[in-house]
Design a protein around this ligand. Structure first.
Ligand SMILES: C[S@@+](CC[C@H](N)C(=O)[O-])C[C@H]1O[C@@H](n2cnc3c(N)ncnc32)[C@H](O)[C@@H]1O
Length: 298
């Protein structure tokens, strides 16, 4: 059996009872180590807690070398651990499909994910649209396909969850070109860098999917003892020191419910200014009034 097991958001003890029981009977245990990190536990602490040694699975192992992970999984139990929920990242459906093609039975043991725990910022999960990922810009690579998705969400009033890039084990371009297996120190995008990139692309595109005055909420280290929220405009959050990773950002949709706003005001430096910013943003993005056609009249 291949077990895909969600570890939850932060602590070693966030694993479910069923997840822990499954790990205990596995011959091999892999910990996916490139889409997220467990903030409050080291590899050694997890190994002690599970009573098993763990292989860290980087992107290369999961995406190109997944035969190693699937080896003998039709005869013995193998665990693939994912921080959050196994399906909270887009990449792991591929591993499941490959396992199924090889006749390997798969059991998924779910857990809390940023995709649902984000509700603790006060915005209703039912009012979220497409999630987008913000990658680190380089001098020559500044991808902005996420911009259209934010625009689509905002047009129909929905909030946008922005996930921020992390680079846990990456080679520099030079080391990659020279085939040198030397890895850069881990990097985690901050809220301010994300907001700066948002503002840069808005300035280039100029179609006002959002503006520097659009309200947003920064969510840091969710589920850990150091979790923090900060609401403000995108321009204000571009100057916010968000501290240690992990971070996510939510850009407000233009239909912000009064209860959502009341919750967000708790996280604002200037509560009344946030209220005014939300009202101004909603006015700006109000849809054109509906005018009945002759058909509607009949
Ligand atoms: C590719 S997603 C993987 C999500 C994970 N599998 C899950 O279900 O939560 C990783 C990104 O989600 C966001 N994220 C994950 N956990 C977080 C947390 N506890 N607090 C804030 N953001 C988080 C960060 O932007 C991080 O770079």
């Amino acid at each position: 059996m291949l077990y895909l097991i969600g570890l939850g958001l932060s602590y070693k003890s966030d694993i479910t009872v069923r997840g822990l029981e499954a790990i205990k009977k596995c011959n091999r245990v892999y910990l996916e180590h490139y889409t997220s990190i467990l903030m409050a536990a080291t590899q050694e602490e997890l190994e002690e807690f599970y009573g098993k040694s763990i292989v860290l699975a980087d992107r290369e192992l999961v995406e190109s070398g997944c035969e190693d992970i699937l080896r003998d999984a039709d005869k013995e139990d193998v665990a693939f651990l994912v921080v959050g929920d196994p399906f909270g990242a887009t990449t792991h459906t591929d591993l499941v499909l490959r396992a199924k093609k090889q006749g390997i039975p798969v059991d998924v043991i779910h857990n809390a994910s940023i995709m649902n725990a984000v509700g603790s910022c006060g915005l209703q999960l039912y009012n979220f649209g497409q999630t987008v990922s913000m990658v680190f810009f380089t001098d020559s690579w500044r991808p902005d396909s996420w911009y259209d998705k934010i625009w689509e969400n905002r047009k129909i009033g929905l909030h946008t969850l922005v996930l921020l890039d992390i680079k846990v084990k990456e080679q520099s371009l030079e080391n990659m070109a020279r085939g040198r297996l030397i890895y850069e120190p881990p990097r985690y995008m901050s809220i301010s860098q994300c907001c700066e990139q948002l503002l840069e692309i808005e300035e280039n595109r100029g179609t006002k999917a959002y503006t520097p005055d659009t309200p947003a909420v920064a969510i840091s280290r969710l589920g850990s003892a150091q979790q923090a929220f900060k609401s403000g405009t995108i321009a204000e959050l571009a100057n916010y020191d968000s501290g240690e990773p992990l971070h996510s950002l939510v850009i407000l949709g233009r239909q912000c419910h009064e209860l959502e706003l009341e919750y967000l005001m708790e996280f604002a430096d200037d509560k009344q200014k946030l209220r005014q910013d939300v009202i101004k943003d909603q006015e700006y993005f109000k849809p054109a009034p509906w005018v009945p056609t002759e058909e509607d009249d009949n």
